[in-house]
Design a protein around this ligand. Structure first.
Ligand code: ADP
Length: 595
């Protein structure tokens, strides 16, 4: 059997069973509680059978004797049976919820921990909304299923077998009558569930896409607004939402048939049992009490069949969800450090690329034969058209990606023998769109070095020219920032991230120069803070405006993944090559704009 899950991945029965086994491995941590749950399931199923049986037998007894002696005792007995039936149902539920929540807690923790071990490539390739959907929806799905389905499946099977055994024992003939509806039920359910199963999966898939889209359009609000793309986004949303609606509509419509069908078949079965039972009773083949037991059991017999098929759907969707979660848990982690990799603690800051080639996803080489050297404390600017490969070179320096060939050296040591974590501790980033976390300004600056004292945080803010604006904020350093950093301006965000970098005190600095226009005063402040920050550190600057990098010790001109020119500004200008043209062009545009 091959099924398509909503990931679009083919899942065969083998992997379905494998996933179930894997879930079982989590559950088996709680064997003691599971045993209790199972005992309670057995008890509730047995008591559920005993109730109607007692009623039937009581009717027979009192019909035969025509007295009411001892009826009170029977009633007390019946009350006790139904009381303990409820208690056992409640207890099995109570323990199972505990097991389910613990299991889901473990899976969620594993998933989240794993996310932080995955290479950047993993995130580059996925929509964050889709990932969010896995962490929330898929895990929630597993949780709901574990809460209810495990018990349901057990108790349905037990009730089914138990009812059948007692019915056969009481009257094989009436059992046969009761069973006449089973083939109809089976066919009807199959017809419905094949449709609902497919539709549910479609609904999940569409929902995942819709969630991803919504997430994207919320985080991209500014871009959407600034390009006046609202109508397009809304149209796309409607299209995706329509798909969810359609699949959801039909899934619900078909699923809605199930109780109606069951009800009808139940009534039909009741009619058959009553009619046939009446005839059998007249012929003295069964007692009236047995008919009562059968009418009740007939209902009990169809209910678990109904439950089982319902649970099967939920189970399918939960297993598909669990599979998506396990896919991430099993995904390849950021490549291990070489076995003998060492931690570096005091990097001087020499960086060297020797014949480095690199391709994303084993495609065409994005950067080719890159070689350069940056001595400690040097300012290296990367310039070139968009898509030339500047960010890719930075990705290699930070070791978010590893070269396919060639070597990268830090302080003359091959990067491969340095642990990634220790290397990244020696680096800091000041990016165009500085990322701020939800938390106070103080916490956001302290992100650079968690053990920094309040005084060190404030000193860093002073050095970053951020102190005065922070002091003007309502709660100063304790002002809460929102996750998207709204509440502070673009320029202020940059100053905060410079403060963060100053506090981190790295040997290597990566700067992505702001392209957005910032008011001149803030820009001066940023420039001044950056100058201070860069002092004594090897800095790599992705430059967009050439006038700001004239002081750089070295300019690497990147085009089509290769370094076509390198040297300081005046040398490159003398050469009258690509850089010269680029520079002239920018000046021309500037002049044109000024006019
Ligand atoms: P720049 O920073 O100079 O604008 P990039 O280094 O970002 O250029 O991009 C260089 C090339 O690599 C581009 O063609 C871009 O499409 C491709 N690229 C960038 N990031 C990825 C990625 N994560 N996966 C695949 N290709 C990428």
């Amino acid at each position: 059997m091959k099924q398509k899950t909503h990931t679009g991945k083919e899942v065969d029965r083998g992997s379905f069973i494998k996933t179930i086994r894997r879930i079982w491995r989590y559950l088996s941590e709680y064997k003691v509680f599971l045993t209790w749950v199972l005992l309670m399931v057995v008890m509730s199923s047995a008591l559920g059978l005993l109730g109607p049986f007692m009623i039937g037998r009581t009717i027979d007894t009192y019909l035969a004797t025509a007295t009411t002696d001892g009826l009170a005792l029977v009633l007390v007995g019946l009350a006790a049976v139904y009381f303990f039936h409820s208690i056992s149902l409640w207890l099995q539920n109570y323990w199972m919820i505990g097991i389910a929540q613990e299991t889901v807690f473990t899976i969620r923790t594993q998933l989240f921990t794993k996310l932080h071990k995955l290479p950047i490539q993993f995130f580059d390739k996925r929509q964050s909304g889709e990932l969010m959907s896995r962490i929330t929806n898929d895990i929630e799905n597993v949780s709901t299923t574990l809460n209810s389905s495990v018990i349901q499946v057990f108790s349905s099977l037990l009730t089914l077998v138990g009812t059948l055994v007692v019915m056969l024992w009481l009257s094989p003939l009436l059992t046969l009558v009761t069973m006449t509806i089973v083939p109809i039920m089976f066919l009807g359910m199959k017809w419905i569930t094949t449709r609902t199963g497919r539709l549910y999966k479609e609904q999940q898939k569409n929902l995942g896409e819709l969630n991803g889209f919504i997430e994207e359009s919320i985080s991209g609000q500014k871009i959407i607004k600034s390009f006046s793309q609202e109508p397009k986004v809304i149209a796309e949303f409607l299209e995706k939402s329509e798909k969810v609606k359609k699949a959801g509509y039909w899934a619900q419509v078909y699923a809605g048939f199930i109780p109606k069908l069951m009800n009808m078949l139940n009534n039909l079965s009741f009619t058959f049992v009553a009619a046939a039972g009446g005839i059998f009773a007249l012929n003295g083949m069964v007692s009236i009490g047995t008919i009562v037991i059968f009418t009740e059991y007939a209902r009990q017999f169809t209910r678990p069949l109904n439950d089982l098929s319902n649970q099967f759907n939920t189970l399918l969707s939960a297993v598909a969800g669990a599979e998506r979660v396990f896919d991430i848990i099993d995904d390849r982690e950021e490549a291990e450090n070489e076995i003998d990799a060492i931690d570096i603690t005091d990097l001087k800051g020499k960086v060297e690329f020797r014949d480095v080639n690199f391709a994303y996803d084993r495609g065409e080489d994005i950067v080719q034969n890159i070689s350069f050297q940056a001595t400690p404390g040097e300012k290296v600017a990367l310039v070139g058209p968009t898509g030339a490969g500047k960010s890719t070179i930075i990705n290699l320096i930070t070791r978010f990606y590893e070269p396919n060939s060639g070597v990268i050296l830090f302080d003359n040591q091959d990067s491969q023998i340095i642990t990634r974590a220790s290397l990244r501790k020696q680096m800091a980033f000041v990016l165009q769109d500085s990322f701020l976390f939800q938390g106070t300004i103080r916490e956001n600056i302290r992100y650079g070095r968690l053990d920094a004292s309040d005084q060190e945080v404030e000193e860093a803010a002073i050095a970053a020219n951020a102190y005065s604006f922070i002091k003007r904020m309502p709660q100063g350093f304790d002002t809460e920032l929102k996750q998207d950093g709204s509440g502070v301006s673009q320029g202020q965000k940059q100053l905060l991230s410079i403060a963060r970098a100053i506090l981190a005190n790295p040997s290597i600095l990566i700067l992505d120069e702001a392209t957005s226009s910032i008011d001149t005063i803030t820009e001066l402040k940023i420039q001044e803070a950056l100058e201070l920050l860069m002092e004594g550190r090897t800095s790599f600057i992705i430059a967009h405006r050439l006038n700001t990098i004239q002081q750089a010790d070295q300019i690497l001109v990147v085009e089509d993944g290769g370094i076509i020119e390198k040297g300081p500004h005046h040398e490159l200008m003398k050469r009258k090559g690509f850089y010269y043209d680029l520079y002239q062009n920018q000046i021309k545009t500037k002049v044109a704009k000024a006019l």
